[in-house]
Design a protein around this ligand. Structure first.
Ligand code: SF4
Length: 367
């Protein structure tokens, strides 16, 4: 058995009989995506990571946008960022490794302040989270006094700390309506994703002020892309994420969050489907739906793809890079996240069928 002390060389782990014995049961999970020769390069890292998790009482949170060998072979919990953070808070693990991006690791730390939270690559950021700061939110509050602030979970702890309540794409409509009712107002700030805000605006009578942020992956999709996909794949069912522009959603058969799309495929088993979202999501949903054919338009998130097996092994072996959140900020941010978790969801998942016009009252930007 390889020694997992500082002497381990994560750059060169051999595919031994012991590694084979430890990983053979995992290969069928990812065989459709990973050729055998490539598997022999990956399996040693998978074996080493799974051994280290047990030794160090660690869990790995694998976001849906991770590549299949991470998602299926080393992830202990799989899902969207909030679901992962909630699951992590319930475990008795000492260490959480976030196979995702930095704001997700912060959310895990906010909900599990007593645990060590590691991110395998500090460069794993997010265009949405980087678009706005806590200072920006404070300025918006001065400009729009009395208007409640809802922020998407794809934000830094600093921004969450300035927020009345967080939301995800699966509950944004309900969160906006409930906070408006609580404050007795007809206008809400929904930050920082302008496309999510427009897609929510189409589903509610509440007026929305938003921010000029966007997801660099989802904003690349266009309505023309969808029409081309339909022309090339007659009968294909199109599912789109609400971080896409509104004209993309209006071309889709269903629009909903990461978990909404995953559930749609599981429940409806379409013959042919395309997920208008990050590329690895299709691979990971396909793992659980072998009878469904997936058309794959490939937009990769460069931040998510910074997370690799080698990086995860290094994080576990050397306990790096630890994600720390200032306790005062964490306390305020936790209140905004917890408020969302505690909100009773009357309608279940938000879906975005564009009942009204996707128009917002204002799109603010840094001055
Ligand atoms: S896919 Fe978009 S929202 Fe998700 S981490 Fe990447 S840039 Fe951020």
């Amino acid at each position: 058995m390889p020694a997992f002390g500082n002497e381990i060389n994560v750059a060169h782990l051999p595919y031994t009989a012991e590694v084979k014995a430890k990983t053979d049961h995992l290969y069928p999970l990812v065989k459709a995506f990973i050729p055998e020769l490539e598997w022999e390069l990956q399996a040693p890292y998978i074996a080493a990571i799974n051994d280290l998790k047990a030794t160090k009482n660690a869990v790995i949170l694998a976001h849906n946008y991770m590549t299949p060998e991470i998602f299926a072979c080393v992830g202990d919990y799989q899902g969207d960022s909030l679901m992962l953070a909630k699951e992590a808070a319930k475990t008795d693990a000492d260490i959480i490794v976030q196979a995702g991006v930095h704001f997700m690791a912060e959310t895990s730390k906010i909900l599990s302040p007593e645990k060590i939270v590691l991110i395998p690559d500090l460069r794993a950021g997010c265009s949405l989270a980087a678009s706005i700061s806590g200072a920006d939110v404070r300025l918006l509050r001065e400009k729009y006094p009395g208007i409640p602030v809802v922020t998407y979970v794809n934000t830094t702890a600093d921004v969450k700390a300035e927020t009345d309540i967080c939301c995800t794409s699966s509950n944004a409509v309900e969160v906006v309506e409930s906070i408006a009712e609580e404050f007795g107002v007809d206008t809400v700030m929904l930050l920082p994703d302008q496309y999510l805000a427009k897609n929510v605006a189409a589903m509610t009578d509440i007026k929305i002020i938003t921010w000029a942020g966007s997801c660099e992956v989802h904003e690349q999709f266009s309505a023309d892309d969808i029409r081309e996909i339909r022309a090339g794949n007659p009968g294909v069912v199109v599912l789109a994420h609400p971080e896409c522009p509104p004209d993309v959603l209006s071309e889709a058969d269903y629009a909903g969050s990461t978990s909404g799309m995953s559930n749609y495929v599981k429940d409806n088993q379409p013959n042919n489907v395309v997920l208008i979202t990050e590329c690895s999501m299709s691979d990971n949903v396909a793992l659980e739906n072998p009878n469904v054919n997936f058309v794959r338009p490939c937009n990769l998130c460069p931040h998510m793809k910074r997370i690799t097996l080698k990086g995860i092994l290094n994080a576990l072996q050397n306990i790096e890079h630890e994600v720390v959140v200032d306790p005062d900020i964490a306390k305020k941010a936790r209140r905004a996240v917890q408020r969302m978790i505690d909100l009773p969801m009357k309608k279940g998942q938000s879906t975005y069928s564009h009942i009204g016009k996707p128009e917002v009252m204002a799109i603010e930007a840094r001055g």
